[in-house]
Ligand binder design. Sequence first.
Ligand code: ADP
Ligand code: MG
Length: 587
Amino acid sequence: MSSPWAKASSEPVQAASLADIMSEQYAHKLHDKEVKRFQQKQEQQEKQRKDSEEDTASYADVASTSKPSEAGDWQDYSMLLKDEEVTPEILALLQDDAESDAVIARLLQSQFDHEYNEELRRIERQQNKGSKVTVTLNKYLRDGDTEFLHDTEEEDYEDDERQKQDWDRFETNEKLLEAIPKCGFKVDKEGEMITKHDPQLCGVRNAQRVMNFPPEFPTGDAACFDMKLSNKVYNQLKAYSRRGRADRKEKVATAEMGVDAATRLLLYKLINNQILEKINGIISTGKEAVILHANSDRSYTGANEHGHGNGVLMSPDLLPKECAIKVFKTTLNEFKQRDRYIKDDYRFKDRFSKQNHRVIINMWAEKEMHNLMRMQSIGLNVPDVVVLKKHVLVMRFIGDNHNAAPKLKDARLSAAELSCAYEEIVAAMHKLYNEAKLVHADLSEYNILWFEGKCWFIDVAQSVEPEHPSALEFLMRDCSNIVNFFEKRGLPNIYSKEQLFEFITALNTDTLNAAMLERIHTKGANVSQATAPHQSECPAELQPLEYPFELAWEKSLLEREAAAALKQLQLKEEEGTLEQSTANSAD
Ligand code: ADP
Ligand code: MG
């Protein structure tokens, strides 16, 4: 078969004088000539089509489906031309026609390319059959093939139609399911109770869900019969269909969200374990973490097909619709900035040494999770934790419909709202320190979100307990950030940073310097002793420590020893009462 382009003939261009060109008569002549040329071209295409019809039926299909009434249209134009009333509309029609010709030509070309490529592939298969050396003809493949293959509007339409049929039938079933109220059961006309776990109904529901699988997952033609699937079969199918889907999502995550292979695997698992439905994109990229937006999987039941809860920290009905995924970055550079916070935190002390960086980053994420939960337990507004997997923390998305709540710095607040926000933050800092025994340590207008008229506190991985050797220093910095922000916004009658500090800690900053404050605080000593003017008068335990880290370590050891001693005592007591009771019974 030869290319349709090959037969196209080009007419030589004839020279004409300017006077001729300007004359009306010449214009008509030219027009007639043009029309004649179209006619010839049309005939030529007709002939070509007939030729190819004999050759291959598909060729004719392409031409006829794309322009069914072409020949008819053409005759109409020639009739108009006979009256010699050539209006601009007719000219425009003619031009349209020429464009349609171009479309047909392109279709024919891509059909040709497609068949040409098929032939090459056939040759390739034949050559490679049974041969140890494989030959590839990829280099000779024609490009137009793709254009043809993607031009599938018709197929799309057919798909839509088919889906509609499916859904028409499913609609009836759906109504049946919807008729079951929230309590999970209903009593039918015969007085029989139908629950949402009814095998019949579950089967129908599962069949409906299967139709929602990704298009490349072959579900068969479910439109011809009332398909029902048991939960077991459905779960297996779902897990299988997701394998491919998660893979795609995960690829998107890599390409667009810049996360590494290990993180990709974790995200993949979150999807595969039916916790997340899809990961949509980046909310923020900081130097320490990437925040992604995701939708949770509405069909999450609290356990996967193996019956595992997958570490989800809430019941399925509380699973937020939209989630934020915080992926802690795992490179050395960023880690260095954090080590100050975590190294000195005695809660993590014994796990800090001799660990590789990845493990430490995981601890960092764990710290954020614990701190969030602790803050939530005293009633502060923080995102609920959904699940933690290594350095990936999934929490509730603060915001709605994919719009993240603004940071306090970006929120447009009225004077009244600004005042409310201030009161709320001051109260929260007090509560955080005195009830949750935490210092945020990175509190500022950047880590407070404004949502539904309230302040939401985020980014608490670096938060420390007041016992942390630098806790008070961090707290003073937090106070300074908050006071500066509200001062800049012009809120009157607010605390100075020292006053705020004193309000939170009840420690007076006028008489105490920061180093002393820390010592008093960590040792729980009384102020007059700790502030003794001469170092020698200061009790040994309040002397400045060269390595504050040692202090935290000592403290954690003491606590552990005390806990062990208490346990031993309890055991002994239990043994004692047991002996006594046996002696009594022997008597
Ligand atoms: P970083 O350590 O990079 O500062 P953050 O936890 O502060 O990480 O998150 C960075 C940004 O991502 C925040 O300023 C906020 O805009 C957005 N963000 C973080 N967590 C959430 C959440 N749960 N809901 C909505 N947006 C969030
Ligand atoms: Mg932040």
